[in-house]
Design a binder for this molecule. Structure first.
Ligand code: ZN
Length: 369
C-alpha cells in the first residue's frame, strides 16, 4: 500500500507515505530544492533538521542543467547527494505564474519563453512526464493550468478542462521505476468547478491528489474554507497535497482540514531576508533591539543555530551580509517548521491537535517583530 493512515483527529490525519526511496511520515513538510539544492544548506543538514522528503522543480532542472544530464549522472538523488524521497512538480506552476512569458495555451500543451534566456519552449503532459522520469523522482506531478486568484469564471473553467485533458494523457505516459504520479485538481474557490475538477481527476485514478490553484492570492479565510469542503471529496485512502503553503498558521490550518503533505520556499526565503520563525512569532534580525541580545533565536529550538549562537551574533552576521547568517537562519527556520509539523503529527496521534495548534500559535500572536 502506498499510503496508510495511522491515526485521525477530526479531519486531520497522521500516516505513512511509502516511496521508492523510503517512507515519509505524514503530515510532512517538503523543503524546496528549486535548483537541486535547498538554498545554502547541505543535504545532511536538511535531513538532520527532520526533512524526510524534498521537492524539486521540473521547470528549473529542465532548463539548467537539463534532465538528460541529471539522468546521465544517475538521477536527481544521486546528482544532489540526497538519498531520500523527492517529489518533483510538473513545472506548470512556474509557467503559469510567469504569465508574461506564455505565448499560447492549447489542448496539447503550453508554449512559452524560458525565463533563463527567453528562448521558445513548450511543455506538454508527455514532456513533463518524460523529464520527471529522467529525474527519477519518487512522486511526479501532473501538468496543470494554474490561474492566479481573481480570474474570470470562464478562465477558471477552461483551466479545469485543460487540466483534466492533460492529466488523462500524462496518466498513460511512461514513468520511472516505482515512481508515483499525483493528479491535481483546479477550480480556484469556485465550488462547482472545484468539485467538477476533483471528480474528473479522481476518476482517472492517481497515487495521490493535490489541491492546486489555492494560496495564489485569494483571501486566507476563503482559501481555508475551500480546503475544508474540498479535501473530503478526495479519496480518503490517498495522500493529499496542498501546493505552496509554509507559514506556521497555514500549515496547522491545512493539517486540521485533512492535508497530508505541503511545501514552501518560506523558511529559506525568510532566512535570506534576515527573518526567523519562532514560537514568539517572526523576528526581524535587522531590528536594533537585538543588537545586544544574548538569547538564542528561540529558546525552545534545538537547531545548530539556537544551541550555539545569540540573536546579537546572528543580527551582526545578517547586517554584514555574512553567508553564515543566511545559513543559520535558513537552518533554524527549516528546523522550526519541521518540528512544528512533527509536533502536529504527534498531537494527531494523541487526539489533541486543537490544543497543540492553540499553544503553538499563542506565542506567535503575542510578540510581533
Ligand atoms: Zn533554532
Amino acid at each position: 500500500m502506498t499510503f496508510q493512515i495511522t491515526a485521525t483527529d477530526g479531519a486531520a490525519r497522521a500516516g505513512v507515505l511509502r516511496t521508492a526511496h523510503g517512507e515519509v511520515p505524514t503530515p510532512a513538510f517538503m523543503p524546496v530544492g528549486t535548483k537541486a539544492s535547498v538554498k545554502t544548506l547541505h543535504p545532511d543538514e536538511v535531513r538532520e533538521a527532520g526533512a524526510r522528503i524534498l521537492l524539486g522543480n521540473t521547470y528549473h532542472l529542465h532548463f539548467r542543467p537539463g534532465a538528460d544530464l541529471i539522468a546521465e549522472l544517475g538521477g536527481l538523488q544521486s546528482f544532489m547527494g540526497w538519498d531520500g524521497p523527492i517529489l518533483t512538480d510538473s513545472g506548470g506552476f512556474q509557467v503559469f505564474s510567469l504569465r508574461d512569458t506564455i505565448a499560447a495555451v492549447d489542448d496539447e500543451g503550453v508554449t512559452f519563453r524560458s525565463v533563463y534566456d527567453g528562448s521558445p519552449a513548450r511543455f506538454t503532459p508527455e514532456l513533463v512526464a518524460e523529464v520527471q522520469a529522467q529525474l527519477g523522482s519518487d512522486v511526479a506531478m501532473c501538468l496543470d493550468v494554474c490561474p492566479p486568484a481573481g480570474v474570470s469564471r470562464a478562465e477558471l473553467s477552461e483551466a479545469v478542462r485543460l487540466t483534466t485533458a492533460w492529466a488523462m494523457r500524462q496518466r498513460e505516459a511512461a514513468r520511472a521505476p516505482g515512481q508515483l504520479v499525483f493528479g491535481i485538481a483546479q477550480g480556484g474557490l469556485d465550488r462547482e468547478l472545484r468539485e467538477r475538477s476533483i471528480e474528473e481527476i479522481t476518476a482517472l485514478g492517481f497515487d495521490g491528489y493535490a489541491l492546486g490553484g489555492l494560496s495564489v492570492g485569494e483571501p486566507r479565510p476563503d482559501m481555508l474554507d475551500a480546503v475544508a469542503w474540498s479535501a473530503p471529496l478526495l479519496p480518503a485512502e490517498r495522500p493529499r497535497y496542498f501546493m505552496g503553503i509554509g507559514d506556521p498558521e497555514g500549515i496547522l490550518e491545512v493539517i486540521a482540514r485533512g492535508i497530508d503533505v505541503f511545501d514552501c520556499v518560506l523558511p529559506t526565503r525568510l532566512g535570506r531576508t534576515g527573518t526567523a520563525l519562532t514560537s514568539h512569532g517572526r523576528l526581524n534580525l535587522r531590528n536594533a533591539r537585538f543588537a545586544r541580545e544574548p538569547a538564542p533565536l528561540d529558546e525552545r529550538c534545538r537547531c545548530p543555530a539556537c544551541t550555539r549562537f545569540s540573536r546579537a551574533y546572528i543580527r551582526h552576521l545578517v547586517n554584514q551580509q555574512e553567508l553564515l547568517g543566511l545559513r543559520l537562519l535558513s537552518l533554524h527556520n527549516l528546523h522550526y517548521l519541521l518540528d512544528l509539523t512533527a509536533g502536529a503529527r504527534a498531537a494527531i496521534e494523541a487526539g489533541r491537535l486543537a490544543d497543540f495548534t492553540r499553544d503553538a500559535l499563542a506565542g506567535a500572536a503575542q510578540e510581533p517583530s
